[in-house]
Write a protein that binds this ligand. Structure first.
Ligand code: AMP
Length: 440
């Protein structure tokens, strides 16, 4: 049998089935509200970009560029890549569309699928959803603190804030970071034998990454390694102190973690991650930091910036683990059962009116007996069924059946919608009025 005969999803990706979509919908709603309240505007960049954009932005030493890019060639041989993260594309769009002309800071957010050729495991997929915020054009510790606060607020709204601990660090300006990276390289050179083979190339390509690995030998070495603190310049130290003052003012707790480096080349000064209180970095829900050099590095004007990105699958997993339930918006209100062609004809416009009134309605397709259709209505778990047969057509009525109590009432066909709206309750309706949404 060919490997394609019984189709399955490719390794590491999954369908979002209707139950999980209720979480996605709710989470997106929270993000959209919080983003709008804080003056962020939504941006969507393409699913694929030139691979070089990510290679330049994230740096050749990053895990993402080394191992995790979904790279491919188009028919003209151009090197493309499914986006592994959001910031590089947003910065490219900012430069390409002259967004530096906009009032600053320019605040953008996205909710998008991303792709990494990761080793699939719990909480780690090859296609996953991230939301993220980017604040471009200003450098101020208050912006870093406000961004962290926004992420924290979203966690609160989703009732998962207790699950995560904010880890905070500064990796200094680009110059102080370079000096520190050199000091680390000097420290690890000569100790290669204590560094597991799979990490050895990091000594030269990205020595800071040796600090935040789970490997025990590396953790012991990291304790002995020079500390970033000794390499920070005055500007970085003062900036960091101010970020912490503002976080204190906002009442946000943080853990100072001088081993937190984030793996990507573009970060400078503030870096932070929200770690699972039990599993640590392994199940981080999100992370971010300041990236003052990136816009210029990609060909734009010098533009300071700070950003944050978070994984939606991990949010959902935590909401489920902690029994946070979301509104079941897809639940049906009404099933319409009918017997005979004449009744079916009357049912179609009735269903239309029920739906327009905000009642979620299905039915009028069954060919079976009324009892069979009622059994089906039960399976759809509707609270009410409308029944119509020849007698009702003749008398201009319909029967409304309360499915839980098994009680029925006969109402005039003209009053069916109103009666059902009353029974379901205005607050439960799925109302949609396009004309009200538009400005005239
Ligand atoms: P990063 O920028 O790599 O720290 O990613 C930010 C967040 O995105 C992580 O904290 C995760 O919540 C999520 N994330 C990253 N990679 C994956 C993945 N392969 N599968 C699922 N979620 C991911």
């Amino acid at each position: 049998m060919s490997e394609y005969e019984a189709f399955q999803t490719p390794k590491g990706v999954h369908d979002i089935l209707p139950d999980d979509h209720q979480y996605h919908t709710y989470i997106k709603k929270v993000i959209r509200h919080r983003a709008r309240q804080a003056g962020f505007k939504r941006i969507t960049t393409p699913i694929f970009e030139y691979a070089e954009l990510f290679k330049r932005s994230l740096g050749g030493g990053s895990d993402v560029v080394k191992k995790e890019m979904f790279e491919f060639k188009d028919k003209k041989g151009r090197n493309l890549c499914l986006k592994p993260e959001g910031t590089a594309g947003v910065v490219r769009a900012y430069i390409e569309n002259g967004m530096n002309q906009l009032p600053r800071p320019v605040q953008l957010y996205y909710i998008e699928p991303h792709f990494r050729y990761d080793r699939p495991q719990k909480g780690r997929y090859r296609q996953f959803w991230q939301y993220g915020f980017e604040v471009l054009g200003e450098s101020d510790p208050a912006l870093d603190a406000q961004l962290i606060n926004l992420a924290h607020k979203i966690h609160e709204d989703l009732r998962i804030d207790d699950v995560f601990a904010l880890q905070l660090n500064t990796i200094g300006t680009i110059d102080s970071r370079k000096a520190y990276a050199q000091a680390l390289e000097d420290f690890y050179v000569g100790k290669e034998r204590s560094v597991p083979p799979e990490f050895r190339d990091l000594i030269y390509s990205n020595p800071m990454r040796l600090l935040d690995q789970k490997d025990e030998d590396l953790q012991i070495l990291a304790e002995l390694a020079p500390s970033m603190k000794d390499y920070l310049d005055k500007e970085s130290i003062e900036y960091h102190e101010e970020v912490k003052e503002y976080l204190d003012e906002l009442g946000i707790e943080y853990i100072e973690n001088d081993k937190l480096v984030r793996g990507l080349d573009y970060y400078s000064k503030t870096v932070f991650e929200f770690w699972d209180k039990h599993d640590g970095a392994q199940n981080a829900v999100g992370g971010g930091g300041r990236y003052d050099g990136l816009v210029e590095f990609l060909g734009g004007q010098p533009t300071p910036a700070v950003g944050y990105a978070s994984g939606i699958e991990r949010i959902i997993a935590n909401m489920k683990k902690h029994k946070v339930r979301v509104p079941a918006k897809d639940n049906l209100h009404i099933f319409v059962a009918q017997l005979g062609k004449a009744a079916k004809k009357k049912c179609l416009p009735l269903i239309d009116k029920l739906r327009d009134a905000g009642l979620k309605t299905m039915g009028a397709v069954g060919k079976g007996s009324i009892n069979e259709q009622l059994r089906l209505a039960n399976k759809f778990e509707v609270p009410y069924t409308v029944l119509m047969g020849l007698t009702e057509v003749r008398e201009g009525t319909a029967i409304i059946r309360d499915m839980e109590r098994g009680e029925q009432e006969t109402v005039d066909i003209e009053d069916v919608v109103e009666r059902l709206v009353e029974l379901i309750g205005e607050e439960d309706l799925d109302k949609y009025s396009p004309s009200e949404l538009l400005y005239s």
